[in-house]
Design a protein around this ligand. Structure first.
Ligand code: SAM
Length: 265
């Protein structure tokens, strides 16, 4: 993991050099539409309020639960027992990105959604709230954390989520057998180069022209940046969008010349 200083310098560089997100200089009609109708969509959905209220409740929760560490990313607390509030503070994606996931699902209407890394389920709630009939499969390795996520889904009355507990190494191949071709995948667990590439290679064999893969923390460490570079260069990838804290990958065949965008968000 980069030091906070290196990460901050990288972010400043991104912020100053990225496209301004207002569409200027974006010559791809698809990406222009994404910027206008997804990235910069300022509508306020009721689900946002509900999920952020849930987050606030979790942040205040001092109950300690057992956390089995299966991936890179929990360096802030190496203890096995952690307060739910601390997990909510360190593991869950901020609301800005949860809302973006919601808007992407709302706009692109995937047939299925898969998430690697549920944690307490905050991002899962954003994904599942955008279309309440759409099936969401979410994978989590730590049983006590998964149990709390299930309580959270119940609190919000979300019935379209199926949580599968276990290490991605065993759960992902099985889930892909069932899903067939994944339409929308959020990869937010185990931020290491080889594991990220391993998940990507399993997914890329099954993607279709509508599939969207979203990788979390692509600039979090040198390893993650190397993984992101390899993903961008894969021959099936036709378009990528780098928003610094997440990277989005498309496989649209109509895009004849591969395009990579970095957009300020
Ligand atoms: C960053 S958190 C996910 C946060 C969540 N997506 C959100 O934004 O609300 C990553 C989760 O992935 C889980 N994880 C990491 N590596 C894993 C693995 N190899 N198998 C299963 N779960 C894993 C961790 O237990 C952790 O709960």
């Amino acid at each position: 993991m980069y030091t906070p200083f290196t990460l901050a310098s990288k972010y400043v560089h991104y912020y100053l050099t990225a496209g301004n997100g207002k569409g200027h200089g974006i010559h791809s009609p698809f990406v222009f539409d994404f910027v206008v109708h997804v990235l910069n969509d300022r509508r306020n959905f009721y689900a946002y309020t509900e999920i952020e209220l849930l987050r606030n409740k979790l942040l205040r929760n001092t109950e300690e639960i057992e956390v089995e560490d299966l991936g890179a990313g929990s360096l802030s607390s190496p203890h096995r027992k952690r307060a739910i509030g601390s997990i909510a503070r360190h593991a869950a994606k901020p609301g800005k990105y949860g809302k973006l996931l919601f808007r992407m699902v709302e706009r692109y209407e995937p047939k299925n959604v898969l998430e690697l890394g549920t944690s307490l389920g905050i991002s899962t709630c954003y994904l599942a709230s955008a279309h309440k009939q759409m099936p969401v499969l979410t994978l989590e390795g730590a049983p006590a954390v998964a149990a709390q996520a299930l309580r959270n889904f119940e609190d919000l009355g979300l019935k379209n989520i199926r949580l599968i507990t276990g290490n991605f190494d065993t759960t992902l191949p099985k889930v892909l057998e069932v899903v067939g071709s994944p339409d929308f995948v959020f990869i937010d667990g185990n931020h290491r180069k080889q594991t990220t590439l391993n998940y990507f290679h399993q997914l890329v064999q099954r993607v279709n022209h509508r599939s969207i893969l979203i990788f979390d923390d692509i600039h979090w460490s040198r390893e993650m940046e190397e993984a992101w570079e390899e993903i961008r260069k894969h021959p099936s990838v036709t378009l990528t969008i780098d928003l610094f804290f997440i990277g989005i990958v498309f496989f649209k065949p109509e895009i004849r010349q591969v395009q990579h965008f970095t957009i300020r968000f």
